[in-house]
Design a protein around this ligand. Structure first.
Ligand code: 4NP
Length: 155
């Protein structure tokens, strides 16, 4: 299975999801079965490492984002990924406009896999440190739900 997490810049939310989900996959011995990647709908930060605030927040909980670099989502991602998961409705709308009509994978909101009431991971870029902690909490919750669903239905 191949899973792609998508936000706007690919430097805050989707790299956090990438690092958290990758760690859970590895911890459960599933790295040979599940490939994880992330991308942004915008190109502003292509080639850049994750935002230092996202990296520091993740590191405190044991997730290493240091090898990740931003890239832009492209149409061929719909050929390559079984799950394409957007952090918010705006990202989802942008992905829908890239989506080939015959895509048969799952395109939707990442937080649909979380039991929390929120449906979107809020953009933390212009806010304070609590925004980054909130992103990480939401991402951990949805990652657990996503991994359980993939194990139950896809592996
Ligand atoms: P992300 O956050 O979409 O979670 O990576 C953002 C990063 C950069 C910008 C906006 C959101 N920006 O406007 O540069």
């Amino acid at each position: 299975m191949k899973v792609l997490f998508v936000c706007l810049g690919n430097i805050c939310r989707s790299p956090t999801a990438h690092g958290v989900f990758q760690t859970m996959v590895e911890d459960q011995g599933l790295a040979d079965s599940i490939l994880v990647d992330s991308a942004g709908t915008a190109a502003y930060h292509v080639g850049n490492p994750p935002d230092s605030r996202s990296a520091a927040t993740a590191r405190k909980r044991g997730y290493d984002l240091s090898n990740l670099r931003a890239r832009q989502a492209v149409e061929t991602d719909f050929r390559d990924f079984d799950f394409i998961l957007a952090m918010d409705e705006s990202n989802l709308m942008n992905l829908r406009s890239l989506k080939p009509h015959n895509y048969s994978g799952h395109l939707g909101l990442f937080l649909d896999f979380s039991p929390e009431p929120e449906s979107e991971v809020p953009d933390p870029y212009y806010g304070g440190d609590t925004g980054f902690e909130h992103v990480l909490n939401l991402v951990e919750s949805a990652s657990e739900g996503l991994l359980e669903q993939i194990k139950r239905e896809c592996l």
